[in-house]
Ligand binder design. Structure first.
Ligand code: CTP
Ligand code: MG
Length: 234
């Protein structure tokens, strides 16, 4: 069975507010997206498709893929204006696959063990996404930030990536999404929940599988990486 990872790095990083897109910010002297690519390189996935900005393709080829010898990266393609559009670009760039693992390039803490779990689970469930039970109580608010509803916490999970699917299942769902013209899809599970008839299973990733979104996340990732290195040495 052929497993392809799609690594997303076509965002602008507006919430980070750094001059350059956050996926290229240096963390421990490597561009942020390096860490996810390295994990997939060392995992059992067969191929990796890197989705980035049109103007960043050459930089990625030269200064990331060639520099660090990421042999599994077979294609670097341009993404779109929103995450879902970039995912669709990645899906269209897949030559042939039985399963795809869609991962945010801004989640550097992904590792080989979690990737292996993803592969085992997607083979069993056909659609599975990584997440963790919400630690905080979550409120539904109105437009002026007044609380209108409090869903029961134990029914709430925060979703992460990888989000993993049978390729034909997710490709069909995305084709329907694009035909519908909807622009509200913030994750891939949502697209599959809406347009496919296979239930999406949630599997536990880890509370450390964070997405680098705002400046404080950079500091958190730095200490998580340091802690992991210490554990490896022990
Ligand atoms: N992404 C993408 N194409 C887009 C938007 C996002 O490939 N048009 C990717 C980002 O590069 C990131 C992942 O999707 O790896 C998660 O998105 P997010 O954290 O929202 O990143 P940005 O959109 O870059 O940040 P912001 O929303 O703050 O602008
Ligand atoms: Mg975004």
């Amino acid at each position: 069975k052929k497993v392809v990872a799609i690594v997303l790095a076509a965002g602008e990083g507006k919430r980070m507010g750094s001059g350059i897109p956050k996926q290229y910010m240096l963390i421990k002297s490597r561009p942020l997206v390096y860490y996810a690519l390295k994990a997939f390189e060392n995992s059992p996935v067969d191929e990796v498709i890197l989705v980035t900005g049109e103007d960043e393709i050459e930089y990625c080829r030269q200064y990331i893929v060639e520099k660090y010898n990421f042999h599994k990266v077979t294609r670097i393609v341009a993404g779109g204006c929103e995450r879902y559009a970039s995912v669709y670009c990645g899906l269209k760039a897949v030559n042939q696959a039985d399963y795809v693992l869609i991962h945010d390039g801004a989640r550097p803490m992904i590792n080989r063990e979690l990737i292996k779990q993803c592969i085992l689970n997607v083979m069993e469930y056909r659609a599975c996404v990584v997440g963790m039970p919400s630690k905080d109580t979550i409120k539904i608010v109105d437009q002026r930030n007044y609380a209108i509803h409090t869903p029961e916490r134990k029914t709430l999970w925060q979703v992460q990536t990888p989000q993993c699917f049978e390729y034909s299942l997710v490709m069909n769902a995305y084709q329907k999404l694009m035909e519908s013209g909807a622009t509200n899809a913030t994750d891939d599970a949502m697209v599959v929940e809406t347009y496919a008839k296979v239930p999406v299973k949630l599997i536990e990733g880890g509370y450390d599988n964070i997405k680098i979104t705002t400046p404080e996340d950079v500091r958190i990732a730095g200490s998580l990486m340091k802690a992991r290195k210490v554990l490896r040495v022990l």
